[in-house]
Design a protein around this ligand. Structure first.
Ligand code: KIV
Ligand code: ZN
Length: 506
């Protein structure tokens, strides 16, 4: 692969992605996502915005310390205290970068900064020069570039490259660009910035008009060689360009783009699942590449075509993006060894207690469900690999509900080996169950969001519940899986409460 044809994947799931309303992750979750991104093969991980909070600073620092095969980057405004914090947070990384930004469009200059173009140009140059004294690898972004006066944009890009920026990132900050125009902007930059060959041109597109991936690809076609994106396209407002869409477009249409990436595409689904879980953003079934229906054929004519020749209706193979084949893998007679080996083949290594618990759960599920699929195993194992201490655990749950009776729940939950019981009525069975839990765990919460997805098909499928709960003024995301949706709901709520307890213990 010639370096010219390689597109660097700059993943900003942990920075722009985490800025999505309600998507915040804790430090451990962020590190787990970073490991997954490293395994996916992303070239650069933007791990956060270190100056904005102690939590962000610590997360970037921890990612920098642990990640070995991707460059770890932090974001900084064009001011010294941001650059200092960023330099400090990424310094332990094997390979690190500081990403400095400053808005350049007329609208931002006039209303946000009240500064002239000359002042902005100087601020950008000073910031890049200062950042270069801290780190060799500096990226500069003229924020709102797609709405910036072109001649001014060319001057800024030329000046920051002269000051030492090795990557210039052209953001379509508000998702205003359209593909032909945004692609042309990249060509114009190449033709009008004399020193452009000294830097990599990057793009960063938002999805307000649903064009983030299309704009990024148009930019690549016109010479951009770094693309900034997020897993599942999460990010500010309508989100960012989705890494899975860009990578699979480049791979599937290599005949057109002639570019490759380092991404191990078989890891895409795993990354998508993990980010969905931690961010609490459920992936829509029709989402390109990673949605549950992305490779399902319903129409008879399509099914017939695919059975005769796969390529009649499929342009990618599901296994190429890591969709696990749905097959009967284990049953209630399967032993611990077979269970562990199967998990290992799915990339999950559980040990000791976690393996024992997962095996017990598998036996219970196998009893109820008869057929246990890979997806079920992943859901069971993920329950055990949760990075949250199980301060409260569900022991039992009895719920009475119906069209003519008021819902009532009795729950038994335990902590440190001591079980407690409480009952409550509620507006519905889930509400009754949550109220009973609150009586014991003393964590009155406001349920902000509740969603349920089936892990596999069929009436006996495992249900996976995700809740967003406001507890003591902070938002927590909880998950739980079970063949019984009320049990899954209770587990999800306890998971959110346990996260709050872990957070408060810090
Ligand atoms: O959207 C944007 O402009 C950004 C910059 C900080 C790159 O996120
Ligand atoms: Zn952005």
């Amino acid at each position: 692969m010639s370096k010219k044809d390689k597109v660097y994947i700059f993943d900003t799931t942990l920075r722009d992605g985490e800025q999505a309303p309600g998507a915040s992750m804790n430090e451990k979750e962020k590190l787990d996502v970073a490991f997954t991104l490293e395994r996916l093969g992303v070239d650069i991980i933007e791990a956060g915005f270190p100056v904005i909070s102690k939590g962000d600073f610590n997360s970037v620092k921890s990612v920098a310390k642990h990640i070995k095969n991707s460059t770890v980057c932090g974001l900084a405004r064009s001011i010294k205290k941001d650059i200092d914090a960023c330099a400090d947070a990424v310094k332990a990384a094997k390979s690190s970068r500081i990403h400095v930004f400053l808005a350049t469009s007329k609208i931002h200059l006039q209303y946000k900064f009240k500064r002239t173009k000359e002042e902005i140009l100087k601020m950008a140059v000073d910031a890049v020069r200062y950042a270069r004294t801290k780190n060799d690898d500096i990226e500069f972004s003229p924020e709102d570039a797609s709405r910036t006066d072109k001649d001014f944009l060319f001057s800024v890009v030329e000046a920051v490259i002269k000051a030492g920026a090795k990557t210039v990132n052209i953001p379509d900050t508000v998702g205003y660009g359209v593909p032909s125009e945004f692609g042309q902007l990249i060509t114009d930059i190449k033709n009008n910035v004399p020193n452009i060959n000294k830097a990599v041109i990057s793009v960063h597109c938002h999805n307000d008009l649903g064009l983030a991936a299309a704009n990024s690809l148009a930019a690549i076609k016109n010479g951009a060689r770094q693309v900034e994106c997020t897993v599942n396209g999460i990010g500010e407002r309508a989100g960012n360009a989705a890494v899975e869409e860009i990578v699979m477009a480049l791979q599937t249409r290599n005949d057109y783009y002639g570019c490759t990436t380092n991404i191990k595409t078989r890891e895409i689904c795993r990354a998508s699942r993990l980010v969905s879980k931690y961010s609490g953003f459920v992936v829509a079934p029709n989402k390109a590449i990673v949605g549950a229906n992305a490779f399902r054929h319903e129409a008879g004519i399509h099914q017939d075509g695919v059975l005769k020749e796969r390529t009649t209706y499929e342009i990618m193979k599901p296994e190429d993006v890591g969709f696990v084949e749905t097959g009967l893998v284990l049953g209630k007679h399967s032993g611990r060894h077979a269970f562990r080996v199967r998990l290992k083949s799915l990339g999950i290594n559980l040990k000791d207690d976690a393996l024992d618990h997962a095996f017990d759960r598998f036996k219970l599920v196998a009893d109820k469900k008869k057929q246990v699929f890979d997806e079920d195993l992943i859901a069971i194992a993920e329950d055990e690999t949760k990075l949250v201490p199980k301060t409260w655990q569900l022991v039992s749950l009895v719920v009475t509900s119906g069209t003519k009776i008021a819902p009532k729940a009795t729950v038994v939950i335990k902590s440190k080996g001591k079980a407690s019981e409480a009952s409550s009525s509620g507006d519905g069975p889930v509400d009754a169950c949550y109220k009973a839990i609150e009586k014991i765990a003393k964590g009155k919460g406001e349920l902000l969001d509740y969603s349920i997805q089936s892990v596999t098909r069929g009436k006996d499928a495992l249900g996976e519940v995700t809740v967003k709960v406001k507890l003591k003024d902070k938002k927590y995301i909880g998950h739980g899986a079970s063949t019984d949706i009320l049990e899954a709901s209770a587990k999800a709520y306890l998971n959110a409460i346990n996260k709050m307890i872990a957070q408060q213990a810090k």
